[in-house]
Design a protein around this ligand. Structure first.
Ligand SMILES: Cc1cn([C@H]2C[C@H](O)[C@@H](COP(=O)(O)OP(=O)(O)O[C@H]3O[C@@H](C)C(=O)[C@@H](O)[C@H]3O)O2)c(=O)[nH]c1=O
Length: 193
């Protein structure tokens, strides 16, 4: 398991080992003990999500759930290829309002750990792309929120107009967004030697 820090404290790239053989590969896509041994103690996951986006340039986001149902998400791509985006919305964070994007694909098996306190969204780069993510809290529609995908200057790498949900098409811009999250400095991951 390779764990890599990113430009946003708390957001990590995880690359589980793939055991290839004549049949294909085997990979432990989630193993709490392996991560603990690597020095990473993630919160408990209570819900797994899986969605299919049929068309290229399907864009879902940018989403969050407010406390008390804030969600950390461990994201991977089950099929196809997508560009996954996290935006720091922790008030007082040195990187507040900054975003990062990572390509997650079936091919690269990469995962993105996005703690609570971030917006999350993605755009598909291949047809019939599937995303799978583990969440640290249950779906709570009353705490569900969205920020307009095009209000943060994110380079989504679109090839045409994005396909959006009705909800995402009318989401408020980041300038009008009052984040419910406060920064606290305990997001650093220290690899154990
Ligand atoms: C998110 C969610 C939706 N639903 C329902 C509500 C609705 O009828 C249908 C589709 O919901 P949405 O349009 O919100 O789905 P979607 O736009 O895919 O929402 C997801 O986007 C990505 C970027 C995230 O980070 C997720 O947390 C989630 O917000 O599924 C659930 O039953 N459970 C859930 O956990």
């Amino acid at each position: 398991m390779q764990i890599t820090r990113t430009s946003l404290s708390g957001v990590l790239i995880l690359e589980p080992r793939r055991h290839g053989d004549a049949r294909g590969f085997f990979s432990e896509s989630w193993n709490r003990r392996t991560l603990l041994e690597a020095g990473l103690d993630l919160p408990e996951f209570v819900q797994d999500n899986h969605s299919l986006s049929a068309a290229v340039d399907t864009l879902r986001g940018l989403h969050f759930q407010s406390p008390p149902h804030a969600q950390g998400k461990l994201v991977r791509c089950g099929r196809g290829r997508l560009f996954d985006v996290a935006v720091d919305i922790r008030k007082g964070s040195p990187t507040y309002g900054q975003w990062l994007g990572e390509e997650l694909s079936f091919e690269n098996g990469r995962q993105l750990w996005i703690p609570a306190g971030f917006l999350h969204g993605f755009v598909t780069r291949e047809p019939d792309t599937e995303i799978c993510y583990k969440c640290t809290d249950h779906y709570a529609p009353e705490c569900d929120g969205a920020v307009a995908w095009d209000s943060l200057g994110i380079d989504w790498g679109l090839t045409g107009a994005p396909l959006l949900s009705d909800k995402d098409a009318v989401a408020p811009g980041f300038a009008d967004f009052d984040s419910p999250f406060i920064y606290h400095d305990d997001f650093e991951y220290e690899a154990r030697s």
